[in-house]
Ligand binder design. Structure first.
Ligand SMILES: CC(C)(COP(=O)(O)OP(=O)(O)OC[C@H]1O[C@@H](n2cnc3c(N)ncnc32)[C@H](O)[C@@H]1OP(=O)(O)O)[C@@H](O)C(=O)NCCC(=O)NCCS
Length: 166
């Protein structure tokens, strides 16, 4: 379902203050990790933005963790725009980008595994994510008490064949 007036587009430098404010608000609510404006400036190319009637309504980023592995990061929808399908559309845009890049797996660390399950992601053991653990988690303030759930989407399987092959 697409809301009338909804545009999905690449992140721009002029989005950084609004992305920063949205992530700060969601981080304060304990839903995701905060990011500095400086970090967002350096990574703004990772972002897909959902714009509703010229207002930034949702964001998500595809970060490359290794030659085969990408991560959905900083996925957030402004509360007044939630449950209208925007989070799903942003995530699907990130999945398309990951496929186009030739990545084989796309992961996320999340408190809402049910949201990702609808899109085909499966819960996996965090220990199966060595790249993530070594590159990013060691720098995270939650490293020793991470309570997020790891989910993974395999991009190298044709949809619908995994269950059929047992
Ligand atoms: C998670 C989030 C991005 C979802 O965005 P959204 O635009 O509200 O979600 P959608 O409307 O695309 O949801 C599609 C479906 O996913 C499921 N879903 C959505 N939000 C959910 C939630 N918080 N918990 C469980 N399932 C959820 C629902 O089944 C929903 O369909 P329905 O509304 O018909 O029941 C948004 O709630 C958000 O910004 N949350 C706070 C930040 C956060 O937790 N980010 C995830 C970090 S990995």
């Amino acid at each position: 379902m697409t809301e009338p007036g909804l545009i999905l587009r690449a992140g721009r430098m002029s989005d950084v203050p609004a992305i920063h404010a949205l992530l700060r608000e969601q981080a304060a609510a304990g839903n995701l990790l905060p990011r500095t404006q400086e970090n967002l400036v350096r990574h703004v190319r990772d972002f897909v933005v959902a714009e509703q009637d010229a207002t930034l309504a949702g964001v998500g980023a595809l970060e490359i963790m290794g030659p085969d592995l990408g991560e959905v990061r900083s996925l957030a929808v402004v509360p007044m725009f939630q449950r209208r399908g925007m989070g799903e559309q942003v995530t699907q845009a990130l999945v398309r980008q990951a496929r186009e890049l030739g990545l084989k797996r796309l992961m996320a660390l999340t408190y809402v595994p049910g949201f990702f399950a609808r899109l085909g992601f499966e819960v996996v053991d965090k220990d199966s994510l060595p790249e993530k653990v070594w590159q990013v988690c060691v720098k995270c303030y939650k490293f020793n008490r991470c309570d997020e759930i790891a989910v993974m989407l395999r991009l190298d399987e044709v949809p619908g064949t995994a269950a059929a092959s047992g």
